[in-house]
Design a protein around this ligand. Structure first.
Ligand code: BES
Ligand code: ZN
Length: 621
């Protein structure tokens, strides 16, 4: 070996080491920064005391028991205890904890499950030693575990096998995993999940593509995530990929239909990357769930959970996938530090979602989304007239369920706040700002105050805006951008004819957004003849598009158009998506059809997830 080669070899070692240590240093700095943030930001919805001892990894070994409807086994929590704390605190919502031991040698210890409080559950206090590294929790989930929905075969598309899925956001992870359940605390995880033979298990992690023979699945998630992004689903599932990084999981009989509907997925990922930087999570797959899934979508890392109500057959509702994909940056990379800062997750995501849709469908398309969003926002502002504080972007959810903060305020007021900034500084600066924001704060949490500080530093022009009014005041500031959508202008003309009792005529091939705008514009209540005529002409009651159908069924209830009621009943019985259930049951209750509402709810309640029933029970009180 000559000197030159030797030298370059040495140089290689030195530089690669340097590079490596630089990278790890950066990662560590980020982690430390995040932990420093946590010492100043308090999350009122957790019992964890991250300033004393914080979890860094969890390793699960769980058996899925469909007969008992339980998950049971062991969780090993790795902790970092820089303060030599004598206690480790984690969250639990009715977990049945059998025993807790410490470290690999399973030293016995004592622990205390404190009294359960509404919404947040109970804090569990484990006695540890300053040198304790691992906490072993032997446990079983409770029948009431709110994150879990256990479906019988009849509630699935295939009708042959049972199904299970979790929904951890906002603070339900604690009902199936013992953990520090705060969006500001991040950890990696691994899992061994045992399921009945013939079923597949999937998580928000590296996932299998085939059903395992022995029913045992191993998972690894090497990127740090907050607890609300822990997810598991078990069922008879199959996979079809678009390319090396994206594909669809669905029950076999739903696979082809889902695959077709979400065909634009690879294009969406590329569009998102062109806007705000590289996709950071290696894979992006979508799991199509049974209709009882309480949300439209949930951004579980690497595996978005999605409702089948977006299978319209014409890709017209796939902006929802763009939304969940956008969360891979806004939310999953840069995470709201507490649920009071929820708008940081959702407002950014709606903004990003509309930018993706603009890129792939054009401006006139994304403008429709913005216009409908503005209508949703106005409706919500009106509903929250007596609760002005709930219309602030920065929320105060003390002693409340974080679920109370899930309104259009976070989504649409958040969106319009960002639109206002865009219009002030221009697109180019805005896009640079957002891209850097995601990059610099990746794998960290952010609260409203630290965001405003970051904003003022990086976009000083925003000092011209009344930021305080946007963040800490009710309603919408006057400088909110005006919305317009050229594709709705035609609909407006037809609506004007309708209102003058003249014959309107809508082209059959318009998008579902235009239909929605049309139905919303018809008025609050119509005559039976009007309803019948419209239905005959456009077949709304027979629509396969859940958004159109919900708008139409709402109008049908208010107009007491009984011909639509059988469809209303079957829809409410099958679909568990809260966004559709709430307005329909609300309309029924308001229009003096309490008995019918009660009757349908009584029959259908068993088909809904706890997230939906807790909102609906409140409505029926
Ligand atoms: N992360 C939310 C769903 C969520 C929020 C669950 C808060 C629990 C608590 C998800 O990204 C979402 O916003 N879903 C919307 C989609 C829509 C805005 C495109 C939904 O489910 O309707
Ligand atoms: Zn969202």
């Amino acid at each position: 070996m000559n000197f030159k080669n030797n030298f370059s070899f040495l140089l290689l070692i030195i530089t690669s080491n340097l590079f490596w240590s630089c990278e790890t240093k950066k990662e560590n700095e980020k982690q430390n920064q995040n932990e420093k943030n946590m010492t100043t930001i308090t999350d009122i919805h957790t019992f964890a005391k991250p300033n004393e001892s914080i979890m860094t990894h969890i390793s699960l070994d769980l058996k899925v028991n469909f007969e008992e409807k339980t998950l049971s086994g062991k969780a090993i929590i790795d902790i970092k205890n820089t303060e030599n704390a004598k206690e480790f605190w984690f969250d639990s919502k009715f977990l049945q904890i059998e025993k807790i031991t410490l470290d690999e040698n399973e030293t016995t210890t004592t622990f205390k499950i404190n009294e359960a409080k509404p919404h947040v559950g109970a804090g569990v206090q484990v006695n540890i030693k300053p040198e304790t590294k691992k906490i072993n929790v032997y446990y079983k989930t409770d029948k009431s575990a709110a994150a879990l929905q256990w479906l019988s075969p009849s509630q699935t598309a295939g009708k042959k096998n049972p199904f299970l899925f979790t929904q951890s956001q906002a603070i339900l992870a604690r009902s199936w995993v013992p953990c520090q359940d705060s969006p500001g605390i991040r950890f990696t995880y691994s899992a061994k999940i045992t399921v009945p033979k013939g079923l597949m298990a999937l998580m928000s992690a590296e996932n299998p593509e085939k059903i395992s023979e022995n029913g045992v699945y191993q998972f690894k998630m090497t990127q740090k995530i907050p607890a609300y992004l822990l997810a598991l689903s078990v069922g008879e599932l199959s996979y079809k990929k678009y390319d090396e990084r994206s594909g669809v999981y669905a029950e076999p009989i739903m696979l082809e239909k889902s695959y077709k509907e979400f065909e634009d997925l690879p294009t969406m990922i590329t569009a998102a990357e062109e806007l705000y930087g590289k996709y950071a999570w290696e894979k992006y797959d979508v799991l199509l769930l049974p209709p009882s899934f309480p949300f439209g979508g949930m951004e579980n890392p690497r595996l978005t959970f999605a409702t089948p109500t977006i299978l319209a057959g014409d890709k017209s509702l796939t902006s929802l996938i763009a939304h969940e994909l956008a969360h891979s940056w806004s939310g999953n990379l840069v995470t709201n530090a507490t649920w009071d800062d929820f708008w940081l997750n959702e407002g950014f995501t709606v903004y990003f979602e509309r930018r993706i849709m603009e890129k792939i469908k054009g401006k006139s398309y994304s403008k429709m989304l913005g216009f409908l969003g503005y209508q949703d926002l106005q409706k919500t502002l009106n509903e929250l007239k007596d609760k002005p504080k709930d219309t602030h972007l920065k929320l105060d959810l003390k002693d409340r369920d974080p679920d109370d903060g899930v309104t259009e305020i976070a989504y649409e007021k958040g969106y319009f706040f960002l639109r206002t900034i865009e219009e002030l500084v221009g697109r180019e600066k805005m896009d640079n700002f957002i891209k850097n924001y995601f990059q610099k704060n990746a794998f960290q949490s952010m609260n409203t105050e630290s965001f405003i500080e970051y904003l003022q530093k990086n976009l000083p022009e925003t000092s011209k805006m009344d930021l305080k009014e946007w963040i800490y005041a009710p309603n919408l500031p006057k400088n909110c951008p005006k919305v317009s959508a050229d594709r709705f202008e035609n609909i407006d003309k037809e609506l004007a004819k309708f209102k003058e009792n003249k014959e309107e005529n809508i082209a059959k091939d318009i998008s579902s957004h235009e239909w929605l705008y049309f139905i919303r514009g018809l008025g609050d209540k119509l005559t039976l003849t009007q309803m019948e005529n419209l239905d005959k002409k456009y077949q709304f009651t027979a629509s396969n598009n859940a958004e159109i159908l919900t708008a139409w069924l709402g109008l049908s209830i208010r107009s007491e158009y009984k011909k639509a009621y059988p469809k209303l009943e079957s829809f409410l019985n099958e679909v568990g998506r809260r966004k559709f259930l709430m307005p329909l049951y609300t309309s029924l209750l308001k229009s003096n059809q309490k008995e019918l509402a009660k009757q349908i709810y009584q029959k259908s309640r068993q088909n809904y997830h706890a997230v939906a029933t807790s909102s609906l029970d409140e409505l029926f009180k």
